[in-house]
Design a protein around this ligand. Structure first.
Ligand SMILES: *[C@@H]1O[C@H](CO)[C@@H](O)[C@H](O)[C@H]1NC(C)=O
Ligand SMILES: *[C@@H]1O[C@H](CO)[C@@H](O)[C@H](O)[C@H]1NC(C)=O
Ligand SMILES: *[C@@H]1O[C@H](CO)[C@@H](O)[C@H](O)[C@H]1NC(C)=O
Ligand SMILES: *[C@@H]1O[C@H](CO)[C@@H](O)[C@H](O)[C@H]1NC(C)=O
Ligand SMILES: *[C@@H]1O[C@H](CO)[C@@H](O)[C@H](O)[C@H]1NC(C)=O
Ligand SMILES: *[C@@H]1O[C@H](CO)[C@@H](O)[C@H](O)[C@H]1NC(C)=O
Ligand SMILES: *[C@@H]1O[C@H](CO)[C@@H](O)[C@H](O)[C@H]1NC(C)=O
Ligand SMILES: *[C@@H]1O[C@H](CO)[C@@H](O)[C@H](O)[C@H]1NC(C)=O
Ligand SMILES: *[C@@H]1O[C@H](CO)[C@@H](O)[C@H](O)[C@H]1NC(C)=O
Ligand SMILES: CC(=O)N[C@H]1CO[C@H](CO)[C@@H](O)[C@@H]1O
Ligand SMILES: [Zn+2]
Length: 634
């Protein structure tokens, strides 16, 4: 049965591909833009509603936005791949490559258990029964399975002033952890009613301790293990790290915050009964497993779950078997856009709006010059052996899903800590990729301060968000706008602190303190924003993308510009704005970390100098003079 279904499916897809190729991609994109339009709205009043207001009417309610659409296309292709059996060798022959047989078998086993193993006994998560352990050792055992931030937060990052040196960061749990805390208490009340009192007391004590010591910007100490042991003698660090890292402790550097909290924590826990600590850790692990597991188990949800937990394996397989030949053309186009944005931003810097000193100017120039673009979250390393062995230490079964989640979380933690075992503890950039503690994988491009790099996930490189055959006006507006937003992150109030190599720098701090920099921040803050740096990236990014495509100070009343035949209604600048807005089209959900999409679009175009001219708005929709710009010459 399964086999027939798959065959039919791939047949249908084969049929679809040539059809899509024959329909001109630009006609298709323009059509999509027209479908989303709400013609009853005035673009000068509420541009988001104008560009996207008809989104749901145009596309049913199948997808909440274009993100969900490309995520679904990805999942569809990967389900197909995971369930195909024999075709593999054929693809490998075509690609003339060795099959990464072990990795593939591991990923398929994981997928199979996720889709087939319907019965989960969550009490299985009680994996460590009580042993007469010191609490720190006990905590380390659970940490090895990915459980973090129960008593303190322990993670591998890079040193503040040397972005290639891995360090262990220790601090008190973030406030946001109280969600896991509450869920743990709920599980407790249902299943362990006898122990409710002891655990509740412990949770209360921990909360009080955190509240007592929580600081906005805690002091960070840079310590060796000896320093750590000496300064916070209340916690058995030797035992903890021996258990976690199996030995490799020489030369490890620690960045420690909340020292007083940690000391009192040590006293508190050494006074708490072992069984209470053990039970609480088990509860929290159960909550972690439930949070990591897909809310509903079906093939596509399993793919998304795997994309978050096993990024290297999924990205490798997707690139090799699905994405395949798009690589070269996509990369070429993306680099063209990226390099054009850098040239335009370089001309902003040259104009020196902020009146920086020569040293400061060379700091930002160098940072811009060194900024990199990565297509896909995969290491530069291409050797087959690396990919085939990267997950070697994980034992995935093809029938027990819960055990697999535990294995995957443990693997992730182990790979993160592996950075500490490299000779001289330097990050191996050749094998670097983003493998952090997310439950939901990234779809949108992102910028990393420490790497001075923008990464574009492969999943994002699908129509309607991007297609290498599209006219430049579509690419430079949507992808250009997104990359310009990310580029701007390198130069906003947080990003500016990191230099070209990703080290934190005093020069960056000086730049942030300048009057004009502070004015731009204040200006953006005049309308409340969920995140100020996102707002700055939005509005400066859009102007940068616009300048890059049309040239600085473009005036659409002086030039009639419509360099294409596929669209007759909108002139180039109007089409540019509409295409940019497609990134935000969707049924408005509450968005975390950003403002809501309509607010973002509205605000960005209102700060774009030429927007009112482009849509002949009267009175101008744009605040005049446009302010809030950070780097662009006035
Ligand atoms: C919205 O889309 C529907 C279907 O495509 C179309 O019939 C309608 O005219 C559109 N509405 C507006 C206000 O543009
Ligand atoms: C968009 O901007 C217009 C004009 O400033 C305003 O009237 C409208 O309320 C805004 N809408 C949203 C959702 O921000
Ligand atoms: C289109 O815009 C008008 C005017 O703001 C609004 O009343 C209508 O609900 C919008 N249509 C859709 C489909 O959102
Ligand atoms: C709680 O107990 C019930 C019944 O004994 C069991 O089905 C369930 O899996 C348990 N839940 C947890 C989280 O242990
Ligand atoms: C790097 O940071 C450590 C700890 O804060 C400090 O001791 C050291 O002097 C710094 N090095 C430089 C070059 O700033
Ligand atoms: C900055 O980073 C580079 C590369 O990560 C490193 O080699 C260098 O030593 C770092 N420190 C300073 C102070 O520049
Ligand atoms: C949990 O944290 C949020 C802030 O992230 C806070 O508003 C809320 O009061 C906290 N809840 C509890 C039960 O501590
Ligand atoms: C630890 O327990 C002892 C005896 O129960 C008590 O006297 C002491 O205050 C406790 N210390 C802490 C830090 O809770
Ligand atoms: C892998 O897991 C299976 C079943 O969980 C077990 O029987 C087997 O011994 C494990 N293999 C290794 C190498 O750990
Ligand atoms: C009517 C319409 O535009 N439908 C689109 C909705 O999204 C799907 C994605 O599967 C497109 O294929 C449709 O063209
Ligand atoms: Zn952003």
């Amino acid at each position: 049965m399964k086999w027939c279904w798959n065959l039919l499916c791939s047949f249908l897809l084969l049929e679809l591909a040539p059809i899509q190729a024959f329909v001109d991609i630009n006609m298709l994109t323009a059509l999509q833009i027209h479908k989303n339009l709400n013609g009853s709205e005035d673009p000068c009043r509420n541009f988001w509603n104008y560009a996207c207001g008809n989104y749901s009417a145009a596309n049913g309610t199948k997808y909440v936005d274009n993100f969900q659409l490309v995520e679904d296309l990805y999942a569809q292709a990967m389900v197909e791949f995971m369930e195909s059996e024999g075709e593999l060798i054929e693809s490998d022959l075509v690609l003339n490559e060795e099959p990464a047989a072990r990795l593939l078998a591991q990923m398929r086993a994981y997928y199979k258990a996720c889709t087939k193993d319907q019965e989960i006994d969550w009490s299985e998560a009680d994996l460590h029964s009580l042993e007469p352990n010191d609490w720190a050792l006990e905590t380390a055992k659970f940490r090895r399975h990915g459980l973090n931030a129960v008593f303190f937060d322990e993670r591998v990052d890079v040193e503040t002033n040397d972005s290639l040196r891995p360090v262990v960061q220790l601090k008190m749990p973030a406030l946001s952890n109280n969600y896991s805390e509450r869920r743990a208490l709920q599980v407790l009340q249902r299943n362990h009613s006898g122990s409710v009192e002891g655990i509740s007391r412990l949770v209360d004590q921990l909360r009080q301790l955190e509240a007592k010591h929580r600081q906005e910007e805690p002091l960070v100490q840079s310590w060796s293990l000896a320093d750590l042991t000496q300064n916070i003698a209340e916690i058995n660090w030797q035992g903890y790290f021996h258990e976690l890292l199996s030995g490799h402790l020489e030369g490890v550097l620690f960045e420690v915050s909340d020292v007083d909290y940690l000391r009192e924590l040590g006293q508190l826990l050494s006074n708490t009964s072992r069984s209470t600590i053990n039970l609480y850790l088990r509860l929290r692990l159960t909550v972690l497993l439930k949070q990591s597991a897909p809310a509903m188990r079906n093939p596509k949800k399993c793919i998304h779950h795997m994309r978050a937990l096993l990024p290297l394996g999924m990205n490798y397989l997707y690139k090799r078997y699905v994405y395949k030949h798009r690589d070269l053309l996509d990369t070429k186009q993306l680099l063209l856009i990226f390099d054009s944005l850098k040239i335009m931003f370089g001309s902003y810097l040259n104009a020196n709006r902020l009146q920086l000193s020569a040293e400061q100017l060379s700091y930002v120039m160098k940072k811009l010059g060194a900024m990199k673009l990565r297509v896909g979250n995969l290491p530069e390393e291409t050797s087959h052996a690396f990919y085939d062995s990267h997950y070697e230490s994980a034992n995935f079964s093809d029938s027990l899903f819960l055990g697999n989640i535990l294995e995957a979380l443990s693997l992730r933690t182990r790979l993160q800590h592996d950075a500490l075992r490299l000779p001289h503890s330097r990050l191996d950039l050749h094998r670097y990729y983003v493998n952090d503690d997310v439950f939901k994988a990234r779809t949108s491009p992102f910028y990393e301060n420490e790497r001075n790099t923008i990464t574009v996930p492969l999943i994002f490189l699908q129509w309607p968000l991007f297609d290498n055959r599209q006219h430049h006006i579509f690419q430079f507006s949507l992808m250009g706008g997104v990359l310009a937003h990310e580029l701007t992150h390198a130069f906003e109030q947080e990003g500016i602190l990191f230099d070209a190599d990703g080290n934190e720098s005093l020069v960056g701090l000086q730049i942030r303190e300048t009057k004009d920099f502070q004015n731009a921040i204040k200006c953006a803050a005049r309308t409340p924003a969920v995140s100020l740096k996102e707002r700055l990236a939005d509005l400066n990014g859009l102007q940068l993308a616009y300048d890059t495509f049309f040239g600085p100070n473009h005036n659409s009343q002086k030039y009639e510009y419509r360099p294409y035949a596929f669209e007759s209604e909108f002139k180039a600048p109007q089409l540019f704005h509409l295409s940019y807005a497609q990134f935000f089209c969707g049924i408005l959900p509450p968005v975390l970390g950003h403002d809501r999409d309509d607010v973002r679009v509205n605000f960005s175009v209102r700060n774009l100098r030429q927007f009112s001219l482009d849509f002949k708005c009267s009175p101008p929709a744009v605040q005049s003079p446009p302010v809030c710009e950070l780097w662009r010459p006035i």
